[in-house]
Design a protein around this ligand. Sequence first.
Ligand code: GBH
Length: 494
Amino acid sequence: MSSKTLLPLMLILGICFADDVSNKLFPDDFMFGTATAAYQVEGAWNEDGKGENIWDNYTHAHPDLVADHTNGDVACDSYHKYKEDVALLKDLGVQHYRLSISWSRVAPTGQASLVNQPGLTYYRNLLQELRDNNIEPMVTLYHWDLPQALQDQGGWLNDSIVDRFGDYARLAFDIFGDNVQYWFTFNEPKQTCLLGYEYGAMAPGIKEPGISSYKCVHNVLRAHAKAWHIYDEEFRATQNGKLGIVIDSNWFEPGSDSEEDQTAAETKRQFVFGWFANAIFNGDYPEVMKTRIAERSAKEGFSASRLPEFTDEEIAYIKGTHDFLGVNFYTSSLVNATSEPAIDTPSWDKDGGVLEYVSPDWPSSASSWLKVTPWGIRKQLNWVSQTYGSPDIVITENGVSEDGSSLNDTIRVDYYRDYLSNLRDAIDDGVKVFGYTAWSLMDNFEWMQGYSEKFGLYSVDFTDPDRPRTPKASVEYFKKIISTRCLVDTCVES
Ligand code: GBH
């Protein structure tokens, strides 16, 4: 093609695609980072005194349930390669790194008075290495890997776990807090309780729909509040950090403009996001959850609502237990009103009572659940901001999967560009979002999908005992975004 025909073509393509991307600079103090989680990257599952956790137990007992029959025994071997990981972060130029602490590595049975020194040393070293490289750690206390000994006592269904978690949080603040300014109690508690106790689709694999997931969340919220108060009363004055929770949700877009579908979408948002956020910001479960679950429980013949109640004292204790908010955002769904589900066996889905689906027009990824909907992050951020009084928000996870067939991961480059562009628009909308965390630094153990779905900026060779990391094309792009604070070739001041 001659340059005469090529140039207009490039201009047209440029207008169609590039112009949609924000050309506004990100604020100077905006934080870019990447994330991982302990069980997904560390490996060393039984080394140096680490205790067994529910993911060790579940994957060893049921290899058939994991897509490629793998587990996190070795994973990315970050337990031994953490200095290399920090070097990658340094090279990316990130402001922060989000990691999680493996509870059973620091307290093998879950009981904080029985610590495992090498486990404490590992995280102290990792946090120091980050500090030495000017990378701000964001630390999650619980990214799904409960000590098995606590699961054997009922896990999140046993009320005593609230104190166990509080003790563990205190230990973490005490030992690591001098190096941590951003704490998260729980990562995606919805997944802990729905996949773990409602659908039985993840560890610990309990399937008691409509009952145990509510009980699980009840204790998770109490445990979150306990950790926040411990931090507030015992550590804030000296450590001066912030503590929040990470909530995940799709953006729920009404399937039509009808009043019914708009209400249905809002109901779904409350059942997913409000379940946690309404409690933490306002002290209690959303009205629509309380009403619907009480009504359905009565019709099902329960003498009380399947949704547990907080006492007035608990409401006062839980309300306001946030210094900021972590939001994991990946994708969107459409929601329509539908006829009331039949009264038979209870479930969280029937309690919500709406119809959720995706548009066939939305581009796919390597994960069945993840459709590429960049516009959704702007809507989600605006909704969260408006619903919960304009909190400080950090996107704690956002990313997309591919199958690992090419290091030229254009799907990820486009995904980051388009989602970040919408995030930049949300800043103009007035949302106080101060950071963005790409999931993930590197390919890792993607839970029930094993190593088959790749979310990493870096590829990891899981057949090589050294687990070498290789940059994908998205590394160059993410570096450029971080160094220029700009998504396109040239940006304007905001
Ligand atoms: C996050 O979960 C997690 O925090 C992180 O650990 C994980 O690696 C990352 O996202 C990528 O998945 O297969 O249809 O049963 C995001 C929420 C919960 C979405 C589990 C996928 C399984 C849906 N994920 N869910 S399905």
